[in-house]
Design a protein around this ligand. Structure first.
Ligand SMILES: Cc1cc2nc3c(=O)[nH]c(=O)nc-3n(C[C@H](O)[C@H](O)[C@H](O)COP(=O)(O)O)c2cc1C
Length: 189
């Protein structure tokens, strides 16, 4: 069972990346092999059908697509930008959803398992972005599990070395990771 832990942020110090990785530790403890990926390592321009027709997908999209295909599922940290997921995350999903020679239709998504987590320095913990992200990924055929966690006040949940210091939050995130690992075994064997 192989899972990706990915934050949907281009920011080098992304909190959502960090919480996806914490959830990934829970999945690893439940038997998953977890690969940490960072969105900024897969550069891609804004999706434009004309450019796609002229030049095909960018290297970053192809590399991320290959990684998705090789895994059974995804733990995704979703930042909230103005009440929804950030454009960079939606843009990556759009690139990966396109028909591509050498790849099956929607083979990055269809039948794979996904858990969503979010965080924000604010009081709502990014919760407003999750239903939208859930709808998008479900429409691509992913099994987005019911378990999720939204962490408010995230800037107070890590110490000066960047280590998590809120035991309750860490346990909740690891619990989501465990849940997606268990769901992946049930759904994909
Ligand atoms: C354009 C923009 C819009 C934002 N909108 C929201 C919002 O609607 N709700 C919220 O809780 N935080 C919002 N924030 C703050 C983000 O939650 C915060 O920057 C967070 O650290 C981003 O996630 P990251 O650390 O994973 O990059 C916004 C930030 C930006 C840059």
């Amino acid at each position: 069972m192989r899972l990706i832990a990915l934050g949907g942020s281009l920011r080098a110090a992304s909190w959502n990346q960090r919480i996806a990785e914490i959830a990934g530790r829970g999945a690893a403890a439940a038997g998953a092999e977890v690969t940490v990926l960072r969105l900024h390592e897969f550069p891609m321009p804004l999706f434009n059908e004309d450019e796609e027709s002229a030049s095909g997908p960018p290297e970053g999209a192809l590399a991320l697509r290959t990684a998705f295909r090789e895994h059974d599922g995804l733990i995704l940290g979703v930042p909230e930008y103005n009440g929804g997921p950030p454009a960079a995350l939606k843009n990556a999903i759009d690139w990966l959803s396109r028909p591509q020679e050498g790849f099956g239709r929607l083979d990055c998504f269809a039948g794979k398992v996904c858990a969503l987590v979010s965080c924000s320095p604010g009081a709502l913990g990014g919760i407003r972005g999750l239903p939208i992200t859930r709808t998008i990924l479900s429409s691509l055929g992913m099994h987005v599990i019911p378990a999720q966690h939204c962490l408010s006040g995230v800037h107070e949940c890590f110490d000066e070395h960047g280590e998590p210091c809120n035991e309750q939050a860490t346990a909740a995130l690891e619990g989501v990771g465990r849940a997606v690992a268990e769901a992946t075994v049930r759904l994909r064997g």
